[in-house]
Design a binder for this molecule. Structure first.
Ligand code: SF4
Ligand code: SF4
Length: 76
């Protein structure tokens, strides 16, 4: 699951644009809201965030090491 560190976030909105499943929303121009039912833990937003405000945690509570999941091949 993804967690946002609100004290770091500068509300740039970039993570909202890069999420492939629309799991992020910038509410009232200042708070990032995560829908962890949609999030697929791809960490694209974690890599994108310019201030390190995003982290993905495993079910056991440990921080997920920064990796990128393989996206499905389009076959060409
Ligand atoms: S980890 Fe991936 S799916 Fe989850 S909110 Fe970030 S960009 Fe979206
Ligand atoms: S990319 Fe980082 S700083 Fe920008 S809105 Fe998302 S969490 Fe906040």
């Amino acid at each position: 699951m993804l967690e946002v560190n609100d004290s770091r976030c500068i509300a740039c909105g970039g993570c909202v644009g890069v999420c492939p499943v629309d799991a992020l929303e910038l509410a009232e121009g200042r708070d990032i809201i995560v829908d962890n039912n949609k999030c697929i833990d791809c960490q694209i937003c974690v890599r994108f965030c310019p201030v390190g405000a995003l982290k993905v945690f495993e079910k056991d509570g440990k921080e997920k090491p920064l990796t990128l999941m393989k996206l499905p091949s389009k076959g060409f």
